[in-house]
Design a protein around this ligand. Structure first.
Ligand SMILES: [Zn+2]
Length: 86
């Protein structure tokens, strides 16, 4: 099984604080190449707000988006929000 430990650094949507998290990634998605985008929810170290973090298996952050509510954050990956691009 492919498994990765990634250190991902992102800026919080709510407070702009920098948070670095170590993410454990595994599964078939990792084998489809370095341009694969994975998403996870991470609470900010600074203010506690949840952020959706989209990243490549290389550890490069693609986009960060806010998680609207705590309830939504608790539901895991049921809902997928597209990152906004202007
Ligand atoms: Zn924050």
């Amino acid at each position: 099984m492919t498994e990765l430990l990634l250190d991902v650094t992102f800026s919080c949507c709510a407070c702009d604080g920098e948070t670095t998290v170590t993410l454990q990634c595994r599964g078939k998605g990792l084998e489809s190449g370095p341009r694969t985008i994975a998403a996870t929810q991470v609470p900010c170290y600074c203010c506690g707000a949840y952020n959706y973090v989209y990243f490549h298996p290389t550890g490069e952050v693609v986009a960060v988006g806010p998680v609207e509510t705590r309830e939504e954050a608790g539901q895991g990956s049921r809902r997928v929000l597209a990152p906004s691009r202007n």
